[in-house]
Ligand binder design. Structure first.
Ligand code: HEM
Ligand SMILES: *[C@@H]1O[C@H](CO)[C@@H](O)[C@H](O)[C@H]1NC(C)=O
Ligand SMILES: *[C@@H]1O[C@H](CO)[C@@H](O)[C@H](O)[C@H]1NC(C)=O
Ligand SMILES: *[C@@H]1O[C@H](CO)[C@@H](O)[C@H](O)[C@H]1NC(C)=O
Length: 265
């Protein structure tokens, strides 16, 4: 009996140690960041990044009453994304809400703020549901970079080019100014960085596909939180290559949008 109790205590100590060594990779029943699918009353965004953070409990699972500091901390903890990469978009996104300091994730569907046409995985607002994942829309990305098992900055640029052409073809109310283009390019750099290598922009297809389709971190499949901090500078370097492969030209002009002392859009 004493032996049994001792071994139970040892097992408990061992598992609590394992937990404290790296809680991000923990996956037991007590893991506070275990993936839990969004329920019927949980609110979610048109953003697979924020939705994944909520599904893993880095943001409130109900998707409500979220502050800018909460988004900044969750992005660092979940993705190793730095404040300079996140804060401008979090502050901008706050305008989607009527509350002074918080947003609900579904507020971000507001068309023309961040939400734009020619998305990777959502329909254009004028054509249907711009909030939820859409497999047909996602098929352009899912079929890109054939013959290899990763996406990169070349394929990401080509996907943006093809989805813009599709949006222009189908959507009589299409909007494609420098603002939308810069947001779309930043989002491409985000998925390559979070699911892959923030310095090379090479991301395993398997990880990216799970992130979009399930809004889940593919930890069980071998993904690890990037060890390289994702910053405005690392994203910017990838964006230069993505832009070069997207053959983009604007349909409309827009004013320069100032997102902070060091960042314009
Ligand atoms: C935390 C790191 C983040 C990652 C990895 C991320 C990733 C992405 C990606 C890949 C998309 C493209 C989805 C698509 O085109 O189908 C997207 C869209 C979006 N993101 Fe995020 N995002 C992050 C942070 C944020 C923040 C801080 C905000 C604002 C509070 C935001 C708001 C949006 C919105 C509104 C869209 C919809 C754009 C559209 O497709 O129309 N995201 N995000
Ligand atoms: C959270 O947001 C809801 C609106 O979605 C609001 O009614 C409620 O008062 C907020 N709760 C807190 C604690 O701020
Ligand atoms: C239509 O285009 C205008 C101008 O770009 C934009 O303000 C509006 O939100 C668009 N509506 C839809 C449903 O896409
Ligand atoms: C992306 O991958 C394709 C296919 O392997 C390759 O041809 C292309 O050069 C790569 N792009 C970059 C930027 O490495």
């Amino acid at each position: 009996m004493a032996r049994l109790i001792l071994s139970l205590i040892l097992a408990a100590v061992a598992s609590s140690n394992a937990y404290s060594i790296d809680s991000r990779q923990a996956s037991g029943p007590n893991d506070p960041h275990k993936w839990v699918k969004a329920g019927a009353t949980d609110l979610r965004a048109p953003c697979p990044g924020l939705n994944t953070l909520a599904n893993h409990g880095y943001l409130p699972h109900n998707g409500r009453n979220i502050t800018v500091p909460m988004i900044i901390q969750a992005s660092l903890d979940g993705f190793n994304a730095a404040v300079d990469a996140i804060q401008p978009f979090a502050k901008f996104g706050l305008l989607s809400s009527n509350a002074p300091e918080t947003l609900n994730l579904d507020d971000l569907v507001l068309h023309g703020l961040i939400e734009h046409d020619a998305s990777l995985s959502r329909l254009d607002a004028a054509l249907g549901d711009s909030l939820h994942f859409n497999e047909g829309q996602f098929s352009t990305l899912a079929n890109s970079n054939p013959g290899v098992d990763y996406y990169n900055c070349t394929s990401a640029g080509q996907v943006q080019r093809d989805l813009l052409a599709q949006s222009i073809r189908l959507n009589a109310n299409q909007t494609n100014s420098p603002k939308e283009f810069k947001i779309r390019t930043r989002e491409s750099a985000f998925y390559l960085s979070v699911l892959g290598d923030p310095l090379t922009g090479v991301a395993p297809k398997k990880f990216v596909d799970i992130f979009f389709r399930e809004e889940r971190l593919p930890i069980a499949e071998g993904w690890k939180r990037p060890t390289t901090l994702i910053t405005a500078a690392t994203l910017g370097a990838l964006q230069t290559v993505i832009v070069a492969n997207s053959e983009w030209s604007p349909t409309q002009a827009c004013e320069t949008e100032i997102l902070g002392p060091a960042l314009t859009l």
